[in-house]
Design a protein around this ligand. Structure first.
Ligand SMILES: [Zn+2]
Length: 390
């Protein structure tokens, strides 16, 4: 919080009035979010803003439905003060998971509650058809909540995404290269549009819901059809140049020569070992039924886990995370994969070094990513530096 207040003071000298107001609103909302229920006096004390500023901003936010007044707090003297808490569904966000065969939407409110979910098959994966499909399903679901203001659409998809420019730089799953998808959706809808990788959207949701992650260094790895990674630095997602952070799926652990062929055109990529696509392809090549529970398949899942464990150890030595979160899609044979991943991480990390970071495994269905995307947009309301970035 201290750092955020410093940011505000810095910007106060250079920023416009509207910008400062937006930042102060984010500060106030964030204090209320963290407290659950609080008073204006408490907000004044935590933020360092003047009582007049806090009164002005909170009245505006109550008017907009972003805050609601609840019980009356009776002090030992003076006028009784009203307690305030976050509003519910006055403002909502649409989180979308876009995959090659479906569009999945989750409407979320300010508190992170899911108001509705809907899935539709995607008829065609070309960018224009996908943009049409996203706007169509969001419009239908949002229309069922006419009293709520839709803040915008946040879209999560598999690939390397330049969030700031709204460009999908590469998506193997969708077959896209340098597609300005953010702009395409924006042209078809009214509100704000954000696009990001599946794993970054998921991580944004984690941070919103788990206060414990607020100041931590964590690597989040998602294992689904493709591999993805998100780097959490002091509780904020580090996206790297042009959104390239976390794009480790097509790196190789050893010689590429004679490696398994990859959908990127190369061979020997980590993707061919540890993604669901890679492991299922290997099962096929070996003539093993792709049933994740089959005993004959176990070796492939174990190899995939072990290769990923080594890759995580390499990344962890470079980045120094306190924790690694492994997000496994339901297609992964979790027990075999996770066990060998953990074993490889621990032994590889210990090679001339200290103790490996803790590995936490989360099993995630596809709706989790749509929800995460929705939370991602809601998070903007609480984050002063994002407001500053516009
Ligand atoms: Zn590759």
């Amino acid at each position: 919080m201290v750092r955020e207040i410093m940011d505000v003071r810095l910007l106060a000298r250079v920023g416009s009035k509207a910008l400062i107001r937006e930042i102060n609103e984010a500060l106030v909302l964030d204090v209320v979010r963290r407290s659950g229920t609080t008073s204006r006096a408490e907000i004044t004390s935590v933020t360092g803003l003047s009582p007049a500023t806090v009164t002005g901003i909170s009245s505006q936010l109550v008017g907009d439905g972003l805050l609601i007044e609840s019980d009356v707090l009776r002090g030992t003297g003076g006028r009784p003060a009203r307690l305030i808490e976050l509003g519910r569904d006055a403002v909502i966000a649409a989180g979308v998971r876009l995959s090659p065969d479906a569009v999945e939407v989750a409407l979320v409110d300010l508190r992170g509650d899911v108001l509705a979910t809907r899935t539709r098959p995607l008829a065609a994966t070309d960018p224009a058809s996908a943009a049409d499909a996203v706007v169509e399903i969001v419009t239908v679901v949002a229309a069922e909540h006419p009293a709520s203001v839709l803040r915008g659409i946040s879209i999560a998809l598999s690939g390397i995404v330049d969030r700031q420019r709204g460009v999908v730089r590469h998506s193997g799953a969708l077959g896209w290269q340098d597609v300005p998808f953010g702009k395409m959706v924006e042209e078809r809808s009214a509100g704000r549009v954000v696009i990001d990788s599946l794993v970054n959207s998921f991580t944004a949701g984690l941070v919103l819901l788990d206060a414990d992650l607020a100041e931590r260094d964590v690597i989040v790895i998602s294992v689904g059809a493709s591999l993805g990674a998100s780097m959490l630095v002091r509780g904020r997602i580090h996206r790297g140049f042009g959104g390239s952070a976390g794009g480790f799926a097509h790196s190789a652990l050893g010689e590429r020569t004679d490696g398994r062929p990859c959908h990127c055109g190369g061979s020997g990529c980590l993707e061919t070992w540890s993604s669901v696509w890679g492991m299922q392809g290997e099962l096929e090549r070996r003539g093993i039924a792709p049933d994740p529970g089959a005993d004959a398949a176990r070796g492939v899942w174990e190899e995939g886990g072990a290769q990923l464990g080594i890759a995580i150890a390499n990344a962890a030595k470079m980045f120094g995370p306190e924790r690694v979160v492994l997000v496994l899609s339901p297609e992964v044979r979790a027990t075999a994969f996770e066990k060998s991943c953990r074993t490889a991480l621990i032994s590889e990390y210990a090679y001339g070094d200290g103790t490996a970071p803790g590995l936490v495994t989360i099993s995630a269905d596809s709706e989790v990513f749509a929800r995460g995307a929705g939370y991602d947009m809601i998070t903007e309301l609480f984050t002063a530096d994002r407001a500053a970035a516009g």
